[in-house]
Design a protein around this ligand. Structure first.
Ligand code: URA
Length: 435
């Protein structure tokens, strides 16, 4: 088989066979196909597309290009959650303990963040001593002991995707539905869960800005997951403004703790209950979403979800007293209030811009090597649909540098649009795809 022939076949609109896809991925991972040929193939796929079978085969080959984590020694049905990411997305921090408290084993691999805030691992490092550098044996034992563990993504997880994603990033071939879906799902399948619940975001702070694209991606990933024999569902949720009020690492941890104390923001609680209900049903602990939601709410009300977070932090070397005394979490030296310059209704908040404000304050990474400041970020005081009077606080910025605070404030005031008419409320959960 020759890569040249495969490129020509796809360029001319042909369908790649399972053997051809296997050849291409195995040889590319092994360094036997050069980047220039693979770039040409990615561009051919970008224009000609892939059918469902090709997309599933590509996903499976990328998943199998490295270690497929074997979680069979963990008792029960393992359900993983994946979010396509957004601003203020602290879902795993609250949802993991809620679901684990319902008896579903949570065995999750997470990454560090690149962009406006850190990833789940960075956020968890707000607890002094917390570490995700645990080996697979520790990971499995901890899930069997306390029902939840989070480890850093191993280098050997879907290495073909790692190489391909980096190549797509510099050849303008990221935004193809089959390539995105196979990239995300290859990592999920390799992480070993029996069932997968996806949170696909849509809106100005999401990867998929248009709702129809988010539904198409969700549908494609659900097909792949089920085609690979893993029970998969997807929730499409709003990311047209930040999730909850807090954006920034320690600030988000604090909001997740508030949520487990029954004092969470309405949209964030709704998202945790919706995703959690899918996970509890997939994990066989409830026969309907309504029953699962009640279970999850009970775990918040009786304090067992918060206790589970403390156990989890402790088991991974962190100081769990911070769970009960969140005021000990890192906090920036300065707080700057940004105030409304006119009265009216908040019509829209440019979500990506809010993420950039957090990045300016030091809460995210511009490059993989950058340091992250866990203490900075912002807490919104008003969200879309709220009324404001001139001089009302729109947001509180947390920073350690006066110049950066001023730059973020200028940016925020432009990102927060105040209109003269009441705004129709956002539909937060846009839909759920189950098959
Ligand atoms: N996230 C991924 O992991 N892969 C993509 O292709 C796009 C987003």
């Amino acid at each position: 088989m020759r890569m040249y022939d495969l490129i020509m076949k796809k360029r001319n609109g042909g369908v790649l066979s399972p053997e051809e896809i296997r050849f291409m991925i195995c040889h590319y991972t092994a360094g036997q196909i050069p980047d220039y040929q693979m770039s040409a193939m990615m561009m051919a796929i970008y224009f000609q597309g892939m059918n469902e079978e090709e997309t599933l085969n590509l996903t499976m080959e990328m998943a199998k290009s490295g270690e497929m984590l074997d979680l069979s020694s963990i008792h029960g049905i393992k359900v993983d959650k994946h979010s396509t990411g957004g601003v203020g997305d602290k879902t795993s921090l609250a949802l993991g303990p809620m679901v684990a408290a319902c008896g579903i084993p949570v065995a999750k691999m997470s990454g560090r963040g690149l962009g406006h805030t850190g990833g789940t691992i960075d956020k968890l490092e707000s607890f002094p001593g917390f570490s995700t550098s645990i080996d697979t044996e520790h990971f499995i034992r901890q899930v069997n002991d306390i029902g939840i563990a989070i480890m850093g993504q191993t280098k050997d997880l879907a290495p073909a995707d790692k190489k391909l994603y980096a190549l797509r990033d510099v050849t303008a071939t990221v935004d193809n539905m089959s390539l995105i879906a196979s990239s995300i799902m290859s990592k999920k399948l390799a992480s070993g869960a029996d069932a997968i619940v996806l949170d696909v975001k849509t809106g100005s702070g999401a990867f998929m800005k248009a709702e129809e694209d988010a539904f198409a991606l969700a549908g494609e990933m659900v097909r792949i997951g089920n085609g690979a024999g893993r029970h998969t569902t997807a929730v499409v949720s709003d990311m047209d403004q930040p999730l909850g009020f807090a954006v920034g690492n320690a600030l988000e941890v604090r909001e997740a703790i508030d949520t487990l104390n029954g004092k969470g923001p309405e949209d964030f609680v709704e998202l945790c209950l919706t995703l959690g209900a899918e996970m509890v049903v997939a994990g066989g602990r409830a026969s309907s979403q309504a029953e699962a939601r009640n279970m999850l709410m009970e775990k918040i009300e009786d304090g067992s979800a918060l206790k589970k977070l403390a156990e989890f932090v402790e088991a991974q070397g962190g100081d769990s007293s911070y769970v009960y005394e969140p005021e000990k979490l890192p906090v920036a030296a300065m707080i700057k209030e940004v105030k409304a310059e006119k009265s009216g209704w908040i019509s829209h908040i440019d979500c990506d811009e809010v993420g950039i404000c957090s990045l300016i304050l030091g809460g995210g990474r511009e490059t993989k090597e950058s340091d992250i400041d866990l203490s900075v970020g912002l807490v919104l005081a008003k969200k879309a649909g709220d009324t404001v009077q001139t001089g009302d606080v729109l947001v509180r910025l947390y920073g350690n540098d006066e110049n950066k605070l001023c730059e973020a404030a200028e940016r925020y005031i432009k990102a927060c649009h105040i209109g003269d008419e009441p705004t129709a409320p956002h539909k937060f959960i846009k839909g759920i795809i189950r098959e």
